[in-house]
Design a protein around this ligand. Structure first.
Ligand code: MG
Ligand code: MG
Length: 254
């Protein structure tokens, strides 16, 4: 049977707006004493209530709906009753869903006040780096321009960009090729065309870029134990420029 690979802009928007609603809700729930299993349950309920399916659950055996990566955890932390949020934490949450064969994928990092000035700067630079990458999502631009813009924005601030993990194209599957690295030359890769959908996701470390995976087989942490932040949007390439499919209400794009 031929694989169904066509997705529509409207379908991609719908799936990504479900993800956006989840992130809005979870960002409001994050606070001292809250465990991440509670966040995960809320996310799964909302996704299923909206006729969608969690995209991460069961993906290569992953056990949950969201990933929760706190402080030195970069990505892919597994929600747990034992993972309890405390003041000063920075909490990265990643969510994906499948609605009618279209995939949504987005992430953000939430500060748990009071946080340090350096943590605030890390979050701010990572969020802005995502927008710098998104600006390059233009018809006729090369894919490499996205990662190059992210890297060139981040490095002068003294932070590093994670290299072992990358963004990806998205559509009828969550992860489509090619990968979208957050670093490297601008003059690289396929030329962007209308109808392409990119999940752009800078991961920025306060220290060195190297990462390692914990013995749970999932959680990616900084090798030097430094803090890490993560922001992700799914973006459509259109003749009118980038369209952020997973844009949250009240999100200010600066
Ligand atoms: Mg994601
Ligand atoms: Mg992704």
């Amino acid at each position: 049977m031929k694989e169904h690979t066509e997705v529509t802009f409207e379908g991609m928007m719908k799936a990504n707006q479900i993800v956006a609603r989840v992130l809005e809700m979870l960002a409001d729930m994050v606070g001292p004493g809250v465990d991440t299993k509670t966040l995960d349950k809320r996310a799964e309920q909302f996704i299923r209530d909206n006729d969608a399916k969690p995209a991460f659950k069961g993906y290569r055996g992953y056990p949950a709906t969201i990933t929760t990566s706190i402080n030195h955890q970069i990505v892919h932390g597994i929600p747990s009753k034992k993972q309890v949020i405390k003041p000063g934490d920075i909490v990265s949450i990643d969510v994906g869903c499948n609605h009618s064969g279209c995939y949504g994928d987005s992430a953000l990092t939430v500060p748990v006040e009071p946080i340090t000035a350096s943590s605030r700067k890390l979050i701010d630079i990572t969020r802005k780096a995502l927008y710098e990458g998104i600006k390059k999502v233009q018809v006729g631009e090369k894919l490499g321009a996205v990662g190059a813009a992210i890297e060139q924005f981040v490095l002068p601030h003294g932070f590093s960009v994670v290299r072992e993990w990358a963004g990806h194209f998205i559509g009828h599957k969550m992860h489509l090729n090619p990968q979208i690295p957050n670093f490297g030359p601008a003059d690289w890769g396929p030329i962007l065309e209308p109808g392409m959908y990119l999940a752009i996701e800078p991961m920025v470390n306060m220290g060195e870029y190297q990462s390692e995976i914990l013995s749970d087989g999932w959680t990616v942490v900084t090798k030097d134990n430094s803090l890490s932040a993560h922001f992700e949007h799914s973006v459509a390439v259109t003749e009118d420029g980038p369209k952020i499919l997973s844009k949250r209400k009240n999100e200010v794009l600066i």
